[in-house]
Design a protein around this ligand. Structure first.
Ligand code: UDP
Ligand code: MG
Length: 319
């Protein structure tokens, strides 16, 4: 088999402190893979600047001038990690045979790339990078992250346990992924939906080399909620189930009330009345909220706005 051309896709948001350190590591890895004959010489490292507010784009531009293996695109504004990765993958899909997406902060072990390319050469189209341990994360991060995967799967959004966005995807799969037109994107859940032969490789996650995480609990919860509501309708089913249970209970309550009344046992039950009104009010608002979330998503999907807008590239587009 001919040696595949690899594009390493790296989203960057306010990473001017980290990039100068990690870019060299990525280049070294690319060169060693090429040296070992696993990938072709025209492989590249593709940075996606996600509308950074600091000097990240200048760093990327400088890197591109220094070495032809570095290339970069810039989004017109900050659109978030998922959109940045998608922009990079779509940019790469017609230029290479395989892509590996990885964060730029050096947390994910780049040495897993050897195994990933090996798995591709063995015939896998998708290779998930899975964290074997989470020792370097704080207890809080570990705990919340675990809850995240449990919740996701329970709610019907299929995700690979402990797999973030470090994965190898072939251009064959990306061509199919391009047909998924949704604007609410959650790549971790979408790639398994595309299918094709896949496998996992295991690696240990390190601490961030510099800078700080952009995923506090608030963003993680919103990612989980987005993932669930973008991929699954189970919450709506749960609400239907809940409604059914409450309806049955209410019916029993009504029968009980009527029987009590007929047998002349009614007393002024102010407390119980208020409790029931409050409970019903709360449940109804909650259910409306979840349904509203889906309607909001439908609203965004019908607008079909572009999922990313590339404003600049480090190279000249010829066509
Ligand atoms: N990132 C991005 N856009 C954003 C936030 C983050 O492109 O709006 C990038 C960031 O530069 C990094 C990756 O996404 O390469 C993961 O972010 P981070 O390391 O902050 O998350 P964590 O590893 O803590 O979950
Ligand atoms: Mg990180």
């Amino acid at each position: 088999m001919e040696r595949p051309c690899l594009y390493i896709v790296i989203p960057c948001y306010n990473e001017e402190q980290v990039l100068p350190i990690t870019s060299g590591m990525f280049l070294e890895k690319l060169n060693s893979l090429a040296g070992a004959g696993k990938i072709s010489e025209d492989s590249r490292i593709l940075f996606v600047n996600d509308g950074s507010k600091d000097g990240t784009w200048e760093v990327i531009r400088r890197l591109a001038e220094e070495d032809c293996h570095y290339i970069g695109i810039s989004q017109s504004r900050n659109r978030g990690h998922q959109n940045a990765v998608l922009a990079g993958l779509m940019e790469a899909k017609d230029k290479c045979d395989i892509t590996i997406s990885i964060d730029c902060d050096g947390q994910d072990d780049i040495n897993a790339m050897d195994e990933m390319t090996d798995a591709y050469l063995d015939g896998c189209q998708v290779v998930y990078g899975v964290r074997s341990r989470r020792d370097t994360d704080t207890f809080f991060k570990r705990f919340t992250a675990q809850g995240f995967y449990k919740l996701m799967n329970w709610m019907g959004a299929e995700v690979v346990y402990n797999h973030a966005d470090y994965r190898l995807v072939s251009s064959r799969v990306l061509q199919e992924l391009a047909n998924f037109k949704e604007v609410n994107i959650f790549l971790r859940g979408m790639i398994p939906l595309v299918g094709f032969k896949s496998t996992s490789v295991y690696y240990e996650r390190h601490e961030r080399i510099a800078g700080k995480s952009h995923y506090p609990l608030r963003k993680m919860l919103s990612l989980a909620f987005d993932g669930i509501t973008s991929l699954s309708v189970r919450p709506i089913r749960l609400i239907t189930g809940l409604g059914l249970v409450i309806a049955v209970l209410s019916f029993i309550g009504v029968v009980w009330a009527v029987v009590s009344d007929l047998t002349g046992q009614t007393v002024a039950g102010w407390a119980s009345t208020v409790c029931i009104v409050c409970l019903m009010g709360g449940i109804q608002l909650l259910c409306l909220g979840v349904i509203g979330e889906y309607i909001g998503k439908i609203y965004l999907e019908t607008k079909a706005r572009p999922r990313y807008i590339i404003s600049e590239r480090t190279w000249e587009e010829t066509d």
